[in-house]
Design a protein. Structure first.
Length: 236
């Protein structure tokens, strides 16, 4: 990845969906490229000892954030088994990247993936920093109004460029609500890469050329590409 300065990498632990990425693997990968990579731990609250897993990940493996996926883990975001994760991360100022949106596996229940379910998390843990992956698609407007009212909640734009009309509408929605500054750049690597995401972002207005529909300015586009993610998440 020649065109990015830093990369946040993580796996997923969701035994319900057959995903069992070990945190040691992520830590080894980060150690091989320490100037480029920042590693996040993964934890499955239905399977792992949350505190022991996260203590090991942070103190021994030197990972600097946490990845969650309630839809993959088949668990409500406010299930009592999730609360120790939020408590641990809030206390240690660790950001959480959460997949709170749709996905394709048949066993992954959509009822646990609505972004609005995270409002109770924000209310109970006001100091917790959380990034909603993929702007919570297809519930993008829901995500936008959530990050507008919750100061420590953000969203990333990864994986949205696959659907150009949704991508355009999502960014215009964020612009109209005044939260473009709370959108973080992401690529959805290895399914795509940063170069493709940047290219499609810079071409976002082509879909409405010749119409009176609103557009993103060149400055707004470049601000999204150069989003101050590490500063906002206190990873710098």
């Amino acid at each position: 990845m020649q065109n990015v300065d830093k990369v946040i990498v993580f796996g997923v632990r969701a035994f319900h969906s057959g995903l069992t990425s070990p945190n040691e693997y992520i830590a080894d990968y980060v150690r091989a490229h320490p100037k480029k990579l920042i590693g996040f731990a993964a934890v499955d609250p239905k399977h792992d000892d949350v505190r022991a897993t996260l203590e090991h990940a942070v103190h021994d493996l030197k990972l600097r954030g946490v990845k969650l996926g309630p839809i993959y883990q088949n668990i409500h975001p406010m299930d009592e088994r999730m609360l120790p994760v939020y408590e641990f991360c809030e206390k240690r100022n660790l950001p959480i990247m959460i997949h709170q949106g749709a996905t394709f596996p048949q066993k992954a229940p959509l009822k646990f993936s609505l972004p609005i379910l995270l409002e109770d998390v924000a209310m109970r843990f006001p100091g917790l920093k959380m990034i909603i992956a993929h702007m919570g698609h297809p519930w993008i407007a829901e995500t936008v109004v959530l990050i507008r009212k919750q100061p420590n909640f953000f969203a990333d734009i990864s994986a949205l460029h696959y659907r150009p009309w949704q991508f355009y509408n999502g960014l215009i929605c964020a612009k109209e609500y005044g939260v473009l500054n709370k959108l973080l750049f992401g690529s959805d690597y290895p399914y795509t890469n940063p170069d493709v995401t940047m290219q499609d972002l810079r071409q976002i207005n082509q879909i409405v050329e010749g119409t009176n529909l609103p557009k993103l300015s060149p400055e707004e586009i470049e601000n999204l590409i150069h989003s101050p993610t590490l500063k906002l998440l206190k990873l710098k």
